[in-house]
Design a protein around this ligand. Structure first.
Ligand SMILES: *Cc1c(COP(=O)(O)O)cnc(C)c1O
Length: 384
């Protein structure tokens, strides 16, 4: 018994993060409240600039959520009815919902066994004359293989959208995710690596036209930053847009957190290496990132035999584990009409049968990580 029943080891702990930042966060929130502006203003423009610069992108546009970022990015790329968009089945439903909501058809392809991210050869094989975009998900914080995907897509005139909701700060060959494909999309939901106290999202891109289109569509048809109010007081509406803003309270909180996020990513990577060391030479198989990729460990996932029994044994010990994006979307009732059966994507299905996300957050003490690792190894030995 590594923890008394009352002392659960949870997957996340946002209270610890807040307490560490309390003075800075409280001050930032109070400043917004005192200024009395909540929907457009300096805090947002500054955050957009700082966040885009962080990702190595020329433009950043704050939006209402990660799903909105994906949807508006696809719309800005002129994806719509009759088009196909290629993506993976082991992701958050919002990746695929964003595609469907444009009127385009999602086309699932299998993933790579090592990275759990899109299989580039499978994506290439799925391209048709109707394919407009590929949405590559940087799953669990590990960047997808954009080094091969982006040139392959460009050669076919297909855009690459990065779903970087789980991978703030992740890198490929020294370049940060988000700024590598045609458009990068982030979520600031509270449990993401860079999380707000509510909902928020961001689109980053090198392309000024795409950024402008996202701003226009997300701002009800008014380019949100420069108001379209004329000298006579009337408004000119350029598009039938959506209501999707990153509000100033969230932008102010995110600006504070942006100053700390690299330290948190370092802590996540270090704790991941504590797990990795503990699992070396055992039947617990951690994921092994490719050498050119920097994994930011939004989730620490391992593959274990008899996963459900291992998970139950860990729960008995007070260790909370998560099953993220399991079962894969093609086996969920919502996508029944695609008529994809078990066997359609063998790698994604095998991973879904064996994966377990162990607790990992920056404030988690090393000795707890070692205890969770020992309990996991013990559980695997008991079920084998
Ligand atoms: C969280 C998440 C999203 C959606 O973000 P929301 O802000 O919750 O809309 C999209 N894709 C992935 C991979 C995610 O993890």
């Amino acid at each position: 018994m590594i923890a008394p029943a009352a002392m659960r080891i949870e997957s996340h702990d946002l209270k610890a993060q807040y307490l560490a930042l309390k003075a800075e966060v409280d001050e930032a929130i109070t400043a917004v409240l005192r200024a009395g502006e909540f929907e457009r203003g300096e805090e947002l423009w500054r955050f957009e600039e700082e966040a885009a610069a962080y990702c190595g992108a020329a433009h950043g546009v704050g939006v209402g959520s990660g799903e909105a970022a994906l949807f508006l990015a696809l719309r800005a790329l002129q994806v719509g009815p009759g088009d196909e968009v290629v993506t993976v089945p082991n992701t958050d439903i919002s990746t695929v919902a964003a595609i469907s909501h444009t009127g385009a058809s999602p086309v699932f392809v299998d993933v790579d066994e090592q990275t759990h991210c899109i299989d580039v050869a499978a994506a290439e094989a799925a391209l048709t004359s109707r394919t407009k975009a590929i949405v590559a998900v940087h799953l669990y914080g590990l960047p997808a293989d954009l080094g091969r995907l982006v040139p392959a897509a460009r050669a076919r005139g297909v855009a690459v959208v990065e779903d970087a909701a789980l991978a703030w700060g992740g890198e490929l060959d020294g370049r940060r995710v988000g700024g590598i494909g045609d458009v990068g999309c982030f979520s600031f939901a509270p449990h993401k690596i860079l999380g707000a106290y509510g909902d928020g999202g961001l689109v980053v891109t090198q392309n000024a036209d795409v950024a402008r289109a996202v701003r226009l569509l997300g701002g009800y048809g008014e380019p949100f930053r420069e108001s379209m109010q004329g000298p006579d007081g009337t408004f000119t509406l350029l598009a039938e847009g959506y209501h999707s803003h990153l509000d100033l309270l969230q932008a102010a909180v995110l600006r504070v957190k942006l100053r700390h996020v690299d330290r948190w990513i370092e802590a996540r990577r270090r704790l991941a290496s504590v797990y990795d060391e503990a699992f070396a030479g055992t039947p617990v198989r951690p994921s092994v990132p490719p050498s050119d990729a920097t994994h930011v460990y939004r989730s620490y996932v391992v593959r274990v035999p008899e996963r459900d029994r291992v998970r139950a044994l860990l729960a008995e010990q007070g260790v909370e584990t998560l099953l993220l994006y399991i079962p894969p979307l093609h086996l969920q009732p919502v996508y029944e009409s695609l008529e994809l059966r078990r066997g359609s994507f063998p790698v994604a299905e095998r991973l879904a049968d064996e994966l377990l996300c162990l607790p990992l957050y920056p404030e988690l003490p090393d000795d707890i990580v070692r205890e969770v690792a020992a309990a996991t190894i013990d559980a695997v030995e008991r079920v084998s």
